[in-house]
Design a binder for this molecule. Structure first.
Ligand SMILES: Cc1cc2nc3c(=O)[nH]c(=O)nc-3n(C[C@H](O)[C@H](O)[C@H](O)COP(=O)(O)OP(=O)(O)OC[C@H]3O[C@@H](n4cnc5c(N)ncnc54)[C@H](O)[C@@H]3O)c2cc1C
Length: 338
């Protein structure tokens, strides 16, 4: 039985732990430096939106992953953690003249202004129309916990507060990883440490082209149900959550590993929220937060064996779509480890 050590307890590491422990053919150890989902995976908005501005190859991967959600959710919710998965149409409103032509040519049902306002009365009355696109959402922190609990029930060992040191190899193999408690032997190492992955791989001479990209979010709490469905506009979105709040996101900033929200970031999100759905101006401001995504230059993830090291798997670089891409990533890694 191969011993697989997964470095990183975000949604990607936890999804892989769940997948690899499912058939009980591997001994799985997941090592997380902080707590599970402590960074982007616990912070994300949870929109499962496969048709963003990704390239076609990523679109295909995202579509496959979205299709895996109903079965994945049914399986991991047996752990007792409900992940608040909901299939629904998102609206892409044409808030500016230049949006209209692009959205009309894009995916989904095109609604004229009257149709869009009839379906979503909270939209800005000056809206020029909207595309309705089938998508879904989950609550990411719950999804991380559900994957981890399911993995643990299947025999995986999940350790929090367990930082792994920079990786080292012997004769082209990573035979162990270093933790404060000592060396952990490994037949296979899966590097799923989000934007921190490059630092861990660098001593091996493996270049992982991933950098941190900060995203900020705010939560608003309207008095009544203002929005019935998510609104997405260019890189911004409003996501109504099951508890009645609305999450507005998100920025994309190149500021290193700083995970604190800023006045400018929050002001921009509030401006977008109240422009897209003016009634949100009366909502309570609940909180603002930020996290760093693992971003790649091309926008697509890095999944598979590291060049020159057959037993090191890379699973990172999921950028804006890591929650969505978790099930398909776990499947692709399982295909390489089996
Ligand atoms: C504001 C925001 C909104 C987002 N919204 C969405 C969305 O709506 N839909 C969507 O699909 N995606 C969304 N994303 C993207 C998504 O959150 C990420 O792509 C995804 O969480 C990446 O998961 P990960 O497991 O690779 O990384 P992470 O969540 O960063 O997890 C990596 C883990 O590795 C750990 N680690 C690092 N170094 C070590 C070490 N040396 N030893 C042990 N552990 C280590 C870290 O502590 C961390 O917990 C959003 C991201 C942000 C920031």
């Amino acid at each position: 039985m191969a011993r697989v050590v997964i470095v990183g307890g975000g949604v990607i590491g936890c999804a892989i732990a769940e997948r690899l422990s499912r058939e009980r053919r591997h001994r799985v150890l997941l090592l997380e430096r902080d707590t599970l989902g402590a960074h982007a995976s616990g912070a994300a908005a949870g929109l499962l939106s496969p048709h963003g501005e990704a390239n076609r190859e990523d679109d295909e991967l995202a579509g496959r992953s979205l299709a895996m959600f109903p079965e994945t959710v049914a399986r991991v919710e047996r752990s007792g953690v409900l992940v608040e998965y909901r299939e629904q149409e998102s609206l892409r409103p044409a808030l500016a003249a230049e949006d209209e032509e692009r959205l009309r040519r894009g995916r989904g049902r095109w609604l004229d202004a009257a149709g869009a306002l009839a379906e979503e009365p909270a939209l800005n009355p000056s809206v020029r129309g909207a595309a309705a696109v089938p998508e879904a959402q989950v609550t990411p922190a719950r999804l991380v916990r559900a994957f981890a609990r399911t993995a643990a029930a299947q025999g995986a060992e999940i350790r929090e507060g367990a930082p792994v040191g920079p990786l080292a190899a012997r004769s082209g193999c990573v035979t162990a990883v270093e933790t404060p408690g000592g060396l952990e032997a490994a037949d296979v190492v899966v590097l799923a440490a989000g934007p921190w992955s490059p630092m861990l791989a660098a001593p091996l001479g493996v270049e992982v082209d991933v950098r941190p990209s900060r995203g900020q979010l705010v939560t608003l709490r309207p008095a009544g149900g203002v929005l019935g469905r998510p609104l997405t506009w260019r890189g911004s979105y409003l996501v109504p959550k099951p508890d009645g709040s609305v999450v507005a996101g998100s920025t994309e900033e190149d500021v290193g590993f700083d995970e604190r929200p800023t006045a400018e970031g929050v002001a921009g999100l509030l401006d977008f929220a109240t422009r897209a759905a003016p009634a949100l101006g009366a909502a309570q401001f609940e909180r603002a937060w930020a996290a760093v995504r693992p971003a790649t230059p091309g926008g697509g993830p890095v999944i598979g064996p590291a060049p020159g090291l057959s037993n090191l798997m890379l699973a990172t670089g999921h950028g804006r779509n890591g929650i969505l891409l978790a099930p398909v990533t776990a499947e692709l890694i399982a295909g390489q480890v089996d």
